[in-house]
Design a binder for this molecule. Structure first.
Ligand code: FES
Length: 101
């Protein structure tokens, strides 16, 4: 079972392989927005994945297209609703902490 470490809260959440980052974060009460309810149609769940990026599911065309529209996107960017956990731990930074909810 992988662990998700969350910045800036420092929470460490045990999660199931195959779960989306968004579902794990919401389940732990982390303040992450999800305006389109996980359809890759907004950018409110944009996060940076600092460790474990390669263990996540591959980026879909829809996620890639959506990320292309975001200011401030980088090589660590993922949409939390589209990134599914693998077997290894990841570290995720929530962006716009406390806003957009
Ligand atoms: S919740 Fe809208 S893109 Fe993830």
């Amino acid at each position: 079972m992988p662990f998700v470490t969350v910045q800036p809260s420092g929470n460490r959440i045990e999660a199931a392989s195959g779960a989306s980052l968004l579902s794990v974060l919401l389940g732990a009460g982390e303040p992450i927005a999800h305006k389109c309810d996980g359809k890759a149609e907004c950018d409110s769940c944009h996060v940076f994945v600092h460790d474990g990026r390669k263990t996540l599911s591959k980026m879909t065309a829809a996620e890639n297209a959506r990320l292309d529209t975001i200011v401030g996107v980088g090589s660590k960017s993922r949409l939390a609703c589209q990134a599914l956990l693998g077997d290894a731990d990841v570290t995720v930074e929530l962006l716009g902490f406390g806003s957009g909810l």
